[in-house]
Write a protein that binds this ligand. Structure first.
Ligand code: AMP
Ligand code: MN
Ligand code: MN
Ligand code: MN
Length: 284
């Protein structure tokens, strides 16, 4: 029996990061790695930034890959930091460009607040160090996490989140983020599709998640990630059920940041269940 040639089947990875936020590869390197991994349609969704999209688009065209504009917007909903992915929007939208400017300012102000909080814990001068690590990328907690690793204060970034930066820890500053409904409006104003990112990762109760999905939908959100990186089959089933219940399109993506993190490599995740309405039918 002939083997099915996987290279010919479409593979959509609609969530990934470059060094324009907290990823480590240039956009063109993200694109070529995606190609090597069999991805046929890629979206780069840097945190609160679209500055990597132009380079990625050119690189994707040269490799005959479909490229979709993306962004991952940081929001605050009922005390929880929530991410909304925007896909296939117009990068020239005045509304979106103003929003990105606002988010960028919030990130800079927030970084200073994170540094202040770390200083109170005896960790001095974290801002300059984190800024240096961020480079051209939108500064965020992962850059502080790397700094804490570099200084030998924690063994790895995951420990840095556990002790200093994760939910409920001193460095978890989220009060500057906009409400979810506002981010959805920005994406819609730019002609894009708003996707609730990795709903499973918020560790909400089902009833709270349903409340979020209700508000997200009412605000004009159209899709949710049913598959986010490598995840257990029961998570996929339950996310697919929620998407159906709320009439949302289903998205999928690796949430790739770094080739060293094998559990979120480009294109390496299970396919969407057949019962899902894929989000790409919105633009295909
Ligand atoms: P920020 O955008 O500054 O709020 O940082 C959020 C990013 O930190 C996420 O997109 C992840 O890339 C990373 N992150 C969040 N939680 C963890 C964790 N527990 N361990 C490692 N990285 C994390
Ligand atoms: Mn990230
Ligand atoms: Mn996220
Ligand atoms: Mn992400």
């Amino acid at each position: 029996m002939a083997l099915i040639d996987k290279k010919d089947s479409p593979l959509f990875d609609l969530h990934s990061h470059s060094l324009h936020s907290d990823g480590i590869l240039r956009p063109q390197a993200v694109v070529s790695r995606a190609k090597e991994n069999g991805v046929t349609t890629l979206a780069i969704t840097d945190h609160d930034s679209i500055s990597g999209l132009a380079e990625a688009r050119v690189a994707a065209a040269a490799l005959d890959m479909q490229f979709i504009n993306g962004i991952e917007l940081s929001c605050l909903w009922d005390g929880v930091g929530v991410h909304v992915v925007g896909l296939n929007f117009d990068t020239g939208s005045d509304v979106l460009l103003a929003a990105i400017e606002e988010q960028g300012q919030a990130r800079v102000a927030r970084a200073a607040m994170i540094a202040e909080r770390l200083a109170r814990l005896g960790i001095a001068d974290a801002l300059a160090g984190a800024q240096e690590i961020a480079g051209i990328g939108a500064i965020g907690r992962p850059h502080f996490a790397q700094l804490l690793v570099n200084r030998g204060l924690v063994p790895n970034t995951s420990a840095a989140f556990k002790r200093y930066l994760g939910a409920g820890k001193p460095g978890d500053v989220k009060q500057l983020w906009p409400p979810v409904a506002r981010a959805v409006e920005w994406i819609n104003a730019a002609g894009g599709v708003a996707v609730l990112a990795h709903p499973e990762k918020y560790k909400m109760t089902r009833s709270k998640l349903r409340r979020l999905l209700t508000e997200f939908r009412a605000a004009g959100g159209q899709a949710m990630e049913v598959v986010s990186g490598r995840q257990a089959p029961d998570v996929t089933r339950s996310m697919a059920q929620l998407a159906a219940e709320f009439g949302l399109y289903a998205s999928c993506g690796s949430d790739f940041h770094d080739p060293a993190q094998a559990w979120q490599d480009l294109g390496r995740f299970e396919p969407l269940p057949a019962s899902c309405e894929p989000v790409w039918t919105c633009w295909a």
